[in-house]
Design a protein around this ligand. Structure first.
Ligand code: SF4
Length: 414
C-alpha cells in the first residue's frame, strides 16, 4: 500500500487532529523540528519540480499554522555526528590498540528507525554493532525538553515537541519507551510531509507564495553536514568530514575538494570506500577527555560501507555474518529506504530513481551553499557542549541524554 512505510515498519497514522488540539491549547508551547528531506520534496504537492527548495517559505507557513518555534533537525544532526563520530573513534581505539579485543566493529549507523527495527527483528545477535547514538530527531527531542526549556524558562511539561519527518517509522521511534531521557516523552508527535501539507491546506496556506523566514534560536545555525543526512551516503560523508578533521588537524578540503567526499556519494545500492589516514594531528580540546594522541590511527586505512533499501541491507548483513568484505569495514551506513530519507515513506508519491536524484541534487546544492559545512564547527553545538555537556561528547551526561539501547525482538514482540 502506498501509505505504508517501505520498510514495513509501520503504516501511517494521521496525527494532525492531536497536533491541532495542542496548537489550540494556550498553556502549551508547541515547537516543531523539520528534517531536510521533506523540504526537498514538499514543493511537489504544490505543483513544483521535485527538489525545489522551500525551506524558508515553509518556516513562515509553520508559524502561520500556529507553532511557537521552528527548528531545523539538521542542527541535531550535527550533534549526532559528533556523538557517533566520537563513538567510532572510541571503538577504533579499543580495537586498534588491543585495549579491548572484543570491540564491536564495524560500527553500524543508528539514525534510521526502519533499519533499527529491521536489525532488532532479523539480526538481534548483531545489535552490539549498532552505534548507541540516538537519531537527530530523538537527540533534538531530548535537548528541547532540557536545554531549551532551561534557556527559555519554560516548564518542560508544557512543551509539545513535534517533528516533521520523511518517514512513518519515525512515529514508532518517538513512542519507544526508552525515548524519555528528558523525563518526558522526548518527541510527542512525528508527522509526515503529507500530514503537514494537510495542515497547510486546512489553514488555506499556499506555500510557494509565503515570504521567507529563518529558524528560531538557540538552534538557528545548522551546517551543510546536517543537510546531507537526507541522501544515501550523507551520514557517512558528514561523519568523515568531522572525524578526518579532528584526527588529522587539517582541513578536509586538503584531502577532498570543497569538502565533497565523492567516494561515498551515489545511488548504487551497496558501496564501499577506503580512506587512508596518512597523518595525524594533536588531539583537539573537544576530545581531550578521551584520547591523549592519535598515533594509533596513523597509517590505518578506514574502510566504510553504505547500503540503502532493505534488500541491500540484507545482503550486507549476510556478508558481515559470513566474514565477507563488509565484516572488515570500520563503519557502515544503513538506510532502509531507497535513496535514503529522500525516498522515505512519508514523502510525496510517486517516487522514482529520477525524482530521487533530483531531490538529492537539491540536498547537495543546499549543503554547498552553507558557510559552515562541518558538524564540529557549528558554534551553537560547541556552545551546548560548553554550557550543558561540559564533560564532552560520549561523557556520562551525553550518554544519558543522547544515546540509547536496543531491544532484540521476535515476530510477536512487535
Ligand atoms: Fe525513515 Fe529515512 Fe529510514 Fe526511510 S531511510 S525509514 S525515511 S529514517
Amino acid at each position: 500500500c502506498i501509505n505504508h512505510c517501505p520498510t514495513g515498519a509501520l503504516s501511517e497514522v494521521d496525527q494532525t487532529d492531536e497536533v491541532w488540539t495542542m496548537l489550540d491549547d494556550p498553556t502549551k508551547h508547541v515547537v516543531i523540528q523539520t528534517a531536510p528531506a521533506p523540504r526537498a520534496s514538499i514543493g511537489e504537492y504544490f505543483g513544483l519540480e521535485p527538489g525545489t527548495p522551500l525551506t524558508f517559505e515553509m518556516n513562515t507557513a509553520i508559524r502561520r499554522i500556529g507553532f511557537d518555534a521552528v527548528f531545523d533537525t539538521n542542527f541535531s544532526a550535527d550533534l549526532t555526528i559528533i556523538e557517533e563520530g566520537t563513538e567510532l573513534l572510541q571503538r577504533l581505539h579499543q580495537s586498534l590498540t588491543g585495549e579491548s579485543p572484543a570491540t564491536q566493529l564495524p560500527q553500524l549507523s543508528s539514525c534510521c528507525p526502519g533499519w533499527i527495527k529491521y536489525i532488532e527483528y532479523f539480526y538481534p545477535e548483531m545489535l552490539p554493532l549498532l552505534s548507541t547514538a540516538k537519531s537527530p530527531q530523538q537527540m533534538f527531542g531530548a535537548m528541547i525538553k532540557t536545554y531549551y526549556a532551561e534557556k527559555r524558562g519554560i516548564d518542560p511539561k508544557n512543551i509539545v515537541s513535534v517533528a516533521l519527518m520523511p518517514c512513518t517509522a519515525k512515529k514508532f521511534e518517538c513512542s519507544r519507551p526508552e525515548m524519555t531521557a528528558s523525563g518526558f516523552q522526548d518527541v510527542d508527535f512525528a508527522i509526515t510531509t503529507r500530514e503537514l501539507v494537510k495542515m497547510m491546506r486546512e489553514s488555506g496556506i499556499d506555500l510557494p507564495k509565503m515570504p521567507k523566514s529563518g529558524f528560531d534560536e538557540p538552534f538557528g545555525d545548522p551546517t551543510g553536514s546536517g543537510v546531507i543526512f537526507g541522501a544515501t551516503g550523507g551520514v557517512m560523508e558528514a561523519a568523515l568530514r568531522t572525524v578526518l578533521e579532528l584526527v588529522t588537524g587539517k582541513k578536509v578540503e586538503s584531502f577532498f575538494e570543497n569538502a565533497d567526499i565523492i567516494p561515498v556519494r551515489g545511488f548504487e545500492g551497496i558501496r564501499l570506500a577506503e580512506l587512508p589516514v596518512t597523518e595525524v594531528g594533536p588531539v583537539p580540546e573537544l576530545l581531550s577527555h578521551l584520547f591523549t594522541d592519535f598515533e594509533w590511527l596513523k597509517g590505518v586505512t578506514l574502510r566504510v560501507g553504505i547500503a540503502h533499501g532493505t534488500a541491500n541491507i540484507h545482503k550486507v548483513m549476510e556478508d558481515i555474518k559470513n566474514g565477507g568484505i563488509f565484516s572488515t569495514c570500520h563503519f557502515i551506513e544503513m538506510m532502509a529506504c531507497p535513496g535514503g530519507c529522500l525516498g522515505g515513506g512519508g514523502q510525496p508519491i510517486p517516487t522514482s530513481p529520477e525524482i530521487r536524484a533530483k531531490r538529492a541534487k537539491a540536498i547537495y546544492s543546499e549543503d554547498a551553499h552553507y558557510v559552515v559545512r562541518k558538524s564540529h564547527e557549528n558554534p551553537q553545538v560547541l556552545q551546548i557542549y560548553r554550557e550543558f555537556l561540559p564533560e564532552g561528547p560520549c561523557s556520562h551526561k551525553a550518554h544519558a541524554l543522547l544515546h540509547t539501547h536496543y531491544t532484540p525482538r521476535d515476530g510477536s514482540s512487535g
